[in-house]
Write a protein that binds this ligand. Structure first.
Ligand code: 6PG
Length: 241
C-alpha cells in the first residue's frame, strides 16, 4: 500500500489510525508486538497514537514494544530514541510503559562495548519474547514502523553494514554513521528481523525523502539499505512531501 498525504499532520493522523487498528486486530488474537521508528518524523505520529490509545487502550500485558534502533548516548540525552518514545507516546499511558522494552539499559559504555550492549539487548528481547519465531529462530514482530534517512538508511542499518547481511542475530551494534546524525554508534534490529515481520510501515515526510522512497519503489534492486531490508513492495509506504 502506498498512500500520499498533504503535510506531516495528516500523515501523522492517518499513520496513528492505521497502527492502532492493526494492533487492535492483533491484540484480539492474543499477544502483539511493535517495533517503533526513531528519529523526528514519527513524533507527531506518536502524539496522535497516544491520543487514540488514551481512549482505546490495548491489553498492554499481552504486548511488547521496542525501539527499532537506539543511539549509544546517555539515558537522559533527548536524542535517545527511547527517550523520544517515552515523551511522545508513553508518558500519558502508564500501562503501556509496562510493554516497552528499551534496547539500551546500560550506561556509560566504554569504547568498543557496543557489541556487548547488543548481546545484552538481544538476550533481554529473547527472554521477554512471547510471539512467533521464524524457522530460523527470528522474532516475527506484528508490526515494525520505519523511517527513511536521506542516505537511504532505515533503523540504524547503513550501507554495507553487517547488520543488513546477518541471518541469525536479532540486535547488532553498528559504528557511528558518517551519512546520518547523530554520528554515534548505535544498536539496531537487524535486516533479517525486519524481513521476518508480519507487516512493515515506512513513514516518510519531506520532498527529498519521498523522492527517495519513490526511487526505491521504482527500483527494488536499489542498493540503499531501505530497499535491502525487505522487498519494498511488501511494505506499506505512508508519504508526505
Ligand atoms: C534513527 C532512526 C532512523 C530514522 C531516519 C529518519 O535512530 O535515526 O531510527 O532510522 O528513522 O534517520 O530520521 P528522521 O525521521 O529524524 O528524518
Amino acid at each position: 500500500m502506498i498512500q500520499y498525504f498533504q503535510g506531516s499532520e495528516s500523515l501523522a493522523t492517518a499513520a496513528a489510525a492505521i497502527v492502532a487498528e492493526d494492533l487492535r486486530n492483533q491484540a484480539a488474537s492474543g499477544w502483539f508486538s511493535l517495533a517503533l521508528a526513531g528519529g523526528d518524523t514519527p513524533i507527531p505520529v506518536y502524539h496522535r497514537l497516544a491520543e487514540v490509545w488514551q481512549n482505546q487502550p490495548l491489553p498492554w500485558l499481552r504486548a511488547m514494544m521496542v525501539p527499532g534502533d537506539e543511539r549509544l548516548l546517555a539515558p537522559d540525552d533527548p536524542r535517545r530514541n527511547d527517550q523520544m518514545i517515552r515523551e511522545a507516546l508513553l508518558q500519558g499511558l502508564p500501562a503501556a510503559n509496562a510493554a516497552f522494552l528499551p534496547l539500551l539499559n546500560q550506561w556509560p559504555l566504554t569504547e568498543g562495548e557496543g557489541e556487548r550492549a547488543a548481546v545484552v539487548a538481544e538476550n533481554r528481547l529473547r527472554a521477554a519474547w512471547f510471539g512467533e519465531l521464524t524457522p530460523a529462530g527470528l522474532p516475527r514482530f506484528d508490526l515494525i514502523l520505519l523511517g527513511l534517512g536521506t542516505d537511504g538508511h532505515t533503523a540504524s542499518l547503513f550501507a554495507d553494514s553487517q547488520a543488513l547481511a546477518v541471518t541469525d542475530r536479532w540486535v547488532m551494534a553498528v559504528p557511528a554513521p558518517t551519512s546520518a546524525t547523530p554520528q554515534v554508534p548505535r544498536l539496531t534490529l537487524t535486516g533479517a528481523v525486519i524481513r521476518a515481520a508480519r507487516r512493515v510501515i515506512f513513514i516518510v515526510a519531506g520532498v527529498d525523502k519521498v523522492a527517495l522512497a519513490e526511487h526505491i519503489l521504482a527500483d527494488p534492486q536499489s542498493p540503499v539499505p531501505a530497499a535491502r531490508v525487505r522487498a519494498p513492495a511488501t511494505c506499506d509506504w505512508l508519504l508526505a512531501r
